[in-house]
Write a protein that binds this ligand. Structure first.
Ligand code: ZN
Length: 415
């Protein structure tokens, strides 16, 4: 059960601070879809230097063969990589709403190649496949762009295969590696790339963005930016898609009840949650507009395959995000217990230090019973679940094991 959808909570919604206003002002999901497709540099916030550098490459027609986008999580590296690819491949040489730009933004352009980790790693086979596609004749004639997300997850075989690709890229190819830190990559890879640096966005800036650009009121903006832990991308996704915020809230709720409720009740709750995330992540198999327009221009089969792959990836991504939001909510509650216990023990008022300030009473009562040591053990279990998800373990199994672990019925191995 997701809070905000008739979940019977003790004490009524007024106890939960901001929650009613968040779910009550549910935003139109279509707005998110539309925004995600718009190809415009205006989408990028707080990354002026990086954007100016990239646009100057395009304007001078001197696009490097390989770039390395570096910077913390959620500051816009992937969005910018996609925008850059769209601009580079656009027949009119800029970002607009043409079929080519739209196809890149939708991830189905035949000259746009995306490599993402499968599970915890990018494997050599993926690099080999990229290498093969880069040597095909470009469909649009302008060149090709390959984006390697989380490039630091390339295993050593993949990285070595990739070095060869970087040494002799086919003409007109631009490869973009995306990573948080250059230490994640082989120095030989780093030295072959032009580095483009992205910067963290301070929490105050996130709040301002949510008010000025996303149109949230100050209270909501403050809450979402605090909940996001300073990850800009996450704050924006939550502001635009209230269903994701409700998964987070469901996680907080789950952690707040986990001690009091029996395992059977918790598993039942997770069953309901699974239905929610399945219906949330399912993507309609509807063919994008660009696809209908493009069939006469480009190979129908290749486009079909790309579209199907994209739908599969999207569904998996949305499911993972929903479950991550849930775990995020849980972790924040246990974190709050630890903070409460520590700060209160020092004689200060712990409430302003809490992430879930609106639920301070629940935090307080659980802190009195659990204490920071046991809350820390539970937090470690949530971290275990997070890593299991990253490793592609089935989300439903992971959460069931987590519930059993929280109730002391099982002890997932912590490494
Ligand atoms: Zn265009």
């Amino acid at each position: 059960m997701i809070p905000g959808e008739g979940g019977g909570k003790p004490g009524g919604p007024e106890e939960y601070g901001a929650e009613p206003s968040l779910s009550g002002r549910a935003r139109d999901h279509r707005r998110e879809e539309k925004r995600a497709l718009a190809a415009s540099w205006e989408e990028v916030y707080g990354q002026g230097p990086a954007v100016r550098l990239l646009r100057s490459f395009l304007e001078r027609g001197e696009v490097p063969h390989a770039m390395l986008f570096l910077g913390p999580r959620g500051v816009g590296k992937s969005t910018v990589a996609r925008l850059f690819a769209a601009a580079y491949l656009c027949p009119s040489g800029g970002l607009d709403d043409c079929p080519s730009c739209r196809r890149v933004m939708e991830g189905i352009h035949p000259d746009f190649h995306l490599v993402e980790p499968e599970g915890l790693q990018i494997r050599k086979e993926q690099v080999d496949e990229l290498e093969r596609s880069l040597h095909l004749k470009p469909a649009g004639g302008k060149g090709r762009v390959a984006v390697v997300e989380e490039a630091g997850t390339m295993n050593v075989y993949a990285a070595n295969a990739f070095l060869k690709t970087l040494e002799e890229p086919p003409p007109g190819t631009c490869i973009i590696l995306v990573a948080e830190r250059e230490e994640e990559l082989l120095p030989t890879l780093v030295s072959r790339c032009t580095a483009v640096r992205f910067h963290p966005i301070p929490t105050g800036e996130i709040e301002r963005y949510l008010v000025e650009v996303e149109g949230l009121d100050g209270v909501e903006a403050g809450e979402i930016s605090r909940w996001s832990g300073g990850v800009f991308g996450r704050a924006v996704s939550w502001a635009r898609d209230r269903r994701r915020l409700r998964f987070r809230e469901a996680g907080v709720d789950f952690a707040a009840r986990a001690r009091r409720e029996g395992l059977a009740d918790l598993l039942f709750r997770l069953g309901e949650l699974r239905e929610e995330w399945e219906s949330y992540s399912r993507r309609e198999a509807e063919l994008p507009e660009a696809y209908r327009q493009a069939v006469d221009q480009w190979s129908l089969q290749a486009l079909k395959k790309k579209t199907e792959e994209r739908h599969k990836r999207e569904t998996a991504r949305r499911r993972r995000e929903a479950v991550e939001d849930f775990l995020d909510g849980m972790a924040s509650f246990y974190r709050d217990i630890i903070v409460y216990d520590l700060v209160e023990g020092g004689g200060a008022d712990p409430v302003p230090r809490l992430v879930n300030r609106g639920r301070w009473q629940e935090v307080e009562s659980e802190a009195l019973i659990l204490g920071r040591k046991r809350a820390g053990e539970k937090l470690a279990l949530v971290e275990w679940a997070r890593r299991a998800l990253e490793g592609n373990v089935d989300p439903a199994l992971t959460l069931d094991a987590l519930a059993a672990g929280l109730k002391g019925w099982a002890r997932p191995s912590l490494r």
